[in-house]
Design a protein around this ligand. Structure first.
Ligand SMILES: *Cc1c(COP(=O)(O)O)cnc(C)c1O
Length: 383
């Protein structure tokens, strides 16, 4: 077997891919001495994102986490309230609940999307009926959850739905954009997301008053008085005009980024057709944005220790290729050990995906040749 050379340039999981238009929007901000605070890029970026997602209003913020925090506040979460959350996700989905002293209840994933299982959600809503204020659902790795079922359940039990579309920007569910199903919707422009503003996020809603309130909290909650007067606790969460300029330039390339992400996913799927692995699944009536391509290794191989995600990760790392474990489920996090975890049929699907899964390099600057080598490195792990 021919030795595979180590990549001179690192192959990244998902690094920023920039173009030329970002600089045009930034230059305009400099030329008009409008680098900060808000300004035209922020206003336009909000309008452009709201139009893209088909939601009435957007508030541009410093991060997706800030967007989630304000969404939790808008849901009226008080100390001790229960918020039912996706379990298999990044901690930023659920930490804002703790910022408001709410209590997370985690709902297990389903096999067919890796997202919140609606059957488990219903069990949680029954169990916490009268106590649960909101549901936070994340679309993991860009794959839409069963949003119709989740929206219906939230209506039935009269709880607010917050959609965490940080990873799924431009993914669609039955033709409709993710990030438009919640009463409050959150997206992120962090560096490794499908588009980036170098860091930032937005909270979107059809409730214009709610979005105004979010902007108010995000600018230190200043009352309408000539002096600095505050009746409420505020935050410094607003996006800068430079950051928004980068975001506007990136938005022009969002659909192109998604197409490339999908090509990467399909090449992995084809490249692994003879291996005992599966790619992250999705429903046929959804179109993911394929933010990260992930693989799941057959249970027996992992159990016996013959081929584990960690062995694959180390083999890739040795050749200067970045991969990453699946998010560790929230119910397994030390800081959330006391929280309830709701699942069906006694099975812990999230833990199983975590144990057997790996996020593969999904950087859209990766060439076909580079990806073929990545696929070959992984093949050799099974020999
Ligand atoms: C990235 C991410 C966030 C947080 O967004 P930031 O802009 O990094 O604060 C929230 N939820 C999920 C699922 C994410 O992947």
């Amino acid at each position: 077997m021919k030795e595979i050379k180590r990549f001179e340039q690192k192959v990244w999981l998902s690094s920023p891919t920039t173009h030329s238009e970002e600089q045009i929007f930034i230059k305009e901000a400099f030329d008009t001495n409008w680098v900060a605070p808000l300004g035209k890029n922020v206003n336009e970026f909000e309008k452009e994102m709201a139009a893209y997602l088909g939601v009435a209003q957007a508030a541009a913020l410093t991060s997706g986490t800030a967007a989630l925090h304000l969404a939790v506040k808008l849901a009226g979460v008080q100390a001790g309230d229960v918020i039912i959350c996706s379990d298999l996700t990044f901690a930023a989905t659920v930490n804002p609940v703790s910022y408001e002293n709410g209590i997370q209840v985690f709902v297990d994933s389903e096999r067919d999307t890796w997202n919140m299982n609606p059957d488990a959600l219903e069990i949680a809503l029954e169990k916490y009926s009268g106590k649960a204020k909101a549901v936070i659902v994340a679309n993991l790795y860009g794959t839409p959850a069963k949003l119709d079922e989740i929206v219906d359940l939230c209506e039935k039990y009269n709880v607010v739905l917050i959609e965490d579309a940080a990873e799924s920007l431009s993914a669609t569910y039955k033709g409709r954009q993710t990030g438009s199903f919640g009463r409050y919707n959150c997206i992120s422009f962090n560096g490794n997301k499908i588009i980036t503003s170098s860091g930032g996020g937005m909270m979107l809603s059809n409730d214009e008053e709610a979005v105004s309130k979010a902007r108010f909290w995000a600018t230190q909650a200043r009352d309408a008085a000539p002096w600095y007067q505050h009746s409420e606790l505020g935050y410094n969460y607003r996006m800068s005009n430079i950051v928004a300029g980068i975001g506007r330039g990136q938005l022009l390339h969002l659909d192109e980024h998604r197409k490339k992400k999908k090509e990467i996913f399909l090449r992995y799927k084809d490249g692994f057709r003879d291996l005992p692995v599966e790619m992250n699944p999705y429903l046929e009536y959804t179109e993911p944005n394929f933010w990260l391509s992930c693989m799941l290794v057959e249970p027996e191989l992992v159990k016996s220790g013959k081929v584990t995600p960690e062995k694959i990760r180390l083999a890739l790392d040795e050749k200067n290729v970045e991969s990453r474990p699946i998010w560790k489920p929230m119910h397994l996090q030390p800081m959330y050990a006391s929280r309830d975890f709701i699942r069906v049929d006694g099975e812990d699907v999230g833990a199983d995906i975590f144990t057997r899964g790996l996020c593969l390099p999904s950087d859209i600057k990766m060439t076909v040749e580079e990806q073929d080598i990545v696929i070959e490195i992984i093949h050799r792990c099974f020999k």
